[in-house]
Write a protein that binds this ligand. Structure first.
Ligand code: ASP
Length: 334
């Protein structure tokens, strides 16, 4: 590329664009142009345009932001070499999974990043994260990625694992796509640019609940969620285990799926996959109609169920789409 790469930075809020309020709390800046004025080096790396989409603490994020973001990027795809989304760390993994599912056959990279420490505070990681993100957005990859600390992470594999470490977001159940040190070292071949047209599918049904099983969990919890939602992601124990004796949750799962409400079971462990045939407590949930999430993170499973229910309510279709890996959200299949 003879010319400087063109990168669009979309801002949504989060610590990276926050300042300290007089009461000591962190609140979003009113003017998101601070990203460029505080990190002037960005302009050496690329021609940068800014597009504010929202200015929120990402804990206040609602799923309606994802189609807005996906459409804003998709519309501008021909005009830029890559995209960076500045985002709060709290819900970054949900947004990364949503963008990965909503814009497939990507010809260009979409990078999400943020910071643990605001730009105006000593020791901020915002500079490094933004600079590395623009580098990745200007590179020859074509994937939704999270760039944070020393890792470049495939979007649907990202999880916020620490409120303390500078490596707030890590890659779950898969090596990071690249490691950041003196340079950016790719682990194998990153996803190639697609020659096809990017495929936008932004429909969502946000009426999906997520809940963990826990000792003492009563079937009424599942019954209530099934009565008020179109789908449920249930974080089971271990390899997707659901209480099946005493206060068994199995009849409630059976009743929900019989009414067409899908119940997706993932593991509440942070490493590993569901393997629901292993123990009776898993098999019973499968027999009652539960859909195993395999090694999808709960975040990816939730967003994927919303995305699928935005396209179909047919339980068989939901089940087969849930078990298909569209963008690497299930390992080793796509
Ligand atoms: N609460 C902030 C947010 O998610 C935390 C962060 O950005 O690190 O917006």
């Amino acid at each position: 590329m003879d010319r400087k790469p063109r990168v669009l930075v979309l801002t949504t809020g989060g610590t990276i664009t926050m300042m300290r309020h007089s009461d000591g709390t962190l609140v979003p800046y009113r003017e998101t142009g601070v990203l460029l004025s505080r990190i002037p080096e960005l302009r050496q790396l690329a021609e940068i345009d800014l597009l504010p989409i929202a200015n929120i603490d990402s804990s206040n994020l609602e799923p309606s932001l994802w189609p807005d973001l996906a459409r804003a990027i998709h519309e501008r795809m021909p005009d830029y070499d890559g995209f960076v989304v500045a985002h709060g760390t709290d819900t970054m993994s949900y947004t990364a999974a949503a963008l990965a599912l909503m814009i497939q056959e990507l010809p260009k990279p979409i990078v999400l990043t943020g910071a643990q420490i605001p730009l105006d505070d000593i020791g901020t990681d915002g500079h490094c994260n933004m600079i590395n993100s623009v580098r990745v957005a200007a590179s020859d990859v074509a994937e939704v990625l999270v760039v944070f600390g020393t890792q470049v992470i495939s979007g649907p594999r990202a999880k916020k694992t620490s409120v303390f470490d500078m490596q707030a977001i890590t890659s779950m159940n898969a090596r990071p796509v690249a490691e950041i040190g003196l340079s950016i070292k790719w682990n194998g071949h990153p996803r190639a640019r697609s020659r096809k047209k990017p495929l936008l599918q932004p429909s969502l049904d946000p009426n999906v609940a997520m809940c963990s099983v826990y000792p003492g969990c009563r079937p009424e919890v599942i019954e209530h969620l099934a009565a008020t939602h179109h789908g449920i992601v249930l974080e089971g124990y271990g390899a997707g285990h659901i209480p099946s004796a005493g206060m068994s949750l199995i009849p409630a799962i059976h009743a929900a799926t019989a009414r067409g409400v899908p119940i997706v079971v993932c593991t509440q462990c942070i490493i590993g996959s569901t393997q629901m045939e292993l123990y009776h407590v898993g098999r019973a949930a499968l027999d009652a109609g539960a859909i195993p999430a395999m090694d999808m993170t709960p975040e990816a499973a939730l967003v994927k169920l919303m995305w699928i229910l935005g396209q179909t309510k047919d339980l068989r279709n939901v089940e087969s789409m849930m078990q298909k890996s569209f963008v690497g959200e299930i390992r080793g299949i796509s």
